[in-house]
Write a protein that binds this ligand. Structure first.
Ligand code: SAH
Length: 261
């Protein structure tokens, strides 16, 4: 797009301007003719064109009215591109088919709620590539024993395989954000990998455990889990919340669910 758009802070607008980074993202996504790709927050179209050229169809979901109008103008008459002026947080991604690939340099202020919204459509999603704040990617990709392992990584990790691809410095954007970014690839796990029977209960269990990450599980989960429950599922209650795996949390949650009838 040639016209200059004044970046809107409230929409988290930082436009990717480094051709090397744009190229690296396109290579990581590797769009093909068979793909229906959904780009969230295309903005001024930094990666949109390259995606649209190789994909079977590209859906662009953009909240900013001016940017959506610009994209609509740019792709007018191109049957392979559909521009949706919409809020990705409310968007019904299932309406775009049942085998979609999702891509986006996401607005950082909404990245966590957006990831949780997208989880609802995980059965329709083949894979996702996102540019996020590096610190968020660290938390998403962290495993047990790591300082950044916690609620975000566990809640996403029970449904997605999370792979950090590469870091992106602030100066790759205009205007530059204050933080370093990273590109991450997310692949939905086969249904039933962790088989969580009570999603709300699982979420409460994990959040409660990590409210005080220095405490032992016995102490931090006192209100939810009794000593014998830990024994029944083979978890040492003297460990800290960051020391047990997603599978451990899933087993404990399912056990509590069955116990409560
Ligand atoms: N992908 C572009 C723009 C990144 S800036 C690039 O790399 O240059 C983030 C974009 O997300 C902006 O265009 C912003 O308007 C858009 N956006 C912000 N909130 C959104 C929301 N809730 N739904 C859809 N798009 C949103």
């Amino acid at each position: 797009m040639t016209s200059r758009h004044r970046a809107r802070k409230r929409f988290g607008q930082h436009f990717l301007s480094d051709p090397g980074v744009i190229d690296a993202i396109i290579r990581a996504v590797h769009p093909t003719r068979d793909d229906v790709i959904v780009e969230i927050g295309p903005g001024q179209g930094a990666i949109t064109d390259a995606l649209a050229r190789s994909a079977g169809h590209l859906h662009a979901v953009e909240l900013d009215r001016d940017l959506a109008a610009g994209l609509r103008h740019q792709y007018d008459g191109n049957p392979n591109v559909t521009v949706h002026e919409a809020d990705a947080l409310q968007f019904d991604f299932a309406s775009l088919g049942d085998r979609i690939r999702v891509v986006g340099n996401l607005p950082y202020n909404i990245s966590t709620p957006l990831l949780f919204h997208l989880l609802k459509f995980r059965e329709q999603i083949l894979d996702m590539h996102f540019m996020l704040q590096k610190e968020v990617v660290d938390r998403m990709a962290a495993g047990p024993g790591s300082k950044t392992y916690g609620r975000l990584g566990i809640m996403l990790g029970c449904y997605l395989n999370i792979e950090r691809l590469f870091d992106v410095p602030p100066d790759a954007f205009d205007p530059p954000p204050e933080v370093t970014s990273a590109v991450v690839r997310l692949d939905p796990l086969p249904a039933g990998t962790f088989d969580i029977e009570d999603n709300a209960g699982f979420s409460t269990l994990v959040s409660t455990a990590f409210m005080q990450r220095r405490k032992t599980l016995r102490n931090s989960l006192k209100k939810l889990v009794e000593g014998p429950d830990f024994e029944a599922v083979g978890i040492d209650a003297g460990q800290r919340p960051e020391q047990i795996s997603i599978a451990d949390y899933a087993r404990l949650s399912n056990y509590l669910r069955q116990k409560s009838g």
